[in-house]
Design a protein around this ligand. Structure first.
Ligand code: GLN
Length: 201
């Protein structure tokens, strides 16, 4: 079996930190910018940054269509922060471009202007051991889920991690701490999906 190839969308935002985080656990991850590069991936991360900017670039360069094709093939996609916003079907009070594939509604910058960034200890379903130290930066949260979307983590009534099949969304930034358990969780999704695709062929 060939090695897994993980892509990190490198149009804007903190993709370098994601690349380093996978390198830390010995997983090869490459920056991807072009549709062809996206389509070669066994798993894709959409990083934090500015969701309107990443969205515009996705639309302009045909990368959005490539990501949608990847999703149709059953390839796992993990969106963090701005990446989560781009996955969601609904964005509160915004008509910005989005992939619109995750059965969820998100609110941008939802923790309030006063709370620009903060950290919290967060228990997360599927991640054994102690809570995760979660870093939030002008973060969104999920206001509503439906369909097959399940809630993996919440801060009081604010949903901050979700999963729907091969889609993973986190409102916080696991790449900005030393804990690699969320990366390992996603790599598990990627391995399982590749096995399923190979068996289906
Ligand atoms: N506030 C940003 C947005 O709405 C997301 C912030 C982040 O990705 N750290 O796009």
């Amino acid at each position: 079996m060939s090695r897994l190839l993980l892509g990190v969308l490198a149009l804007q935002g903190d993709f370098a930190e994601h690349l380093q985080a996978f390198a830390d656990i010995g997983i090869e991850a490459v920056p991807v910018k072009r549709p062809g590069e996206v389509l070669a991936c066994d798993g894709l991360v959409i990083p934090g940054g500015e969701s309107t900017t990443i969205g515009k670039l996705c639309e302009r360069f045909g990368v959005g269509d490539a990501i949608l094709e990847l999703h149709r093939r059953g390839v796992p996609i993990w969106g963090t922060c701005a990446g989560l916003i781009l996955l969601a079907k609904e964005i509160v009070a915004s008509d910005q471009w989005r992939l619109g594939i995750l059965d969820a509604e998100v609110a941008r910058n939802a923790f309030g202007r006063q709370v620009d960034s903060f950290e919290a200890d967060l228990p997360m379903d599927g991640i054994p051991g102690p809570p995760i130290r979660a870093v939030f930066i002008r973060a969104p949260y999920v206001t509503r889920v439906w369909g097959d979307t399940t809630i993996l983590a919440a801060l009081q009534d604010r949903i901050v991690a979700v999963r729907e099949g091969n889609l993973l969304g986190t409102a916080f930034h696991p790449e900005l701490t030393d804990d690699r358990r969320v990366q390992e969780y996603f790599v598990g999704m990627v391995e399982a999906a590749r096995q399923a695709r190979e068996q289906g062929q």
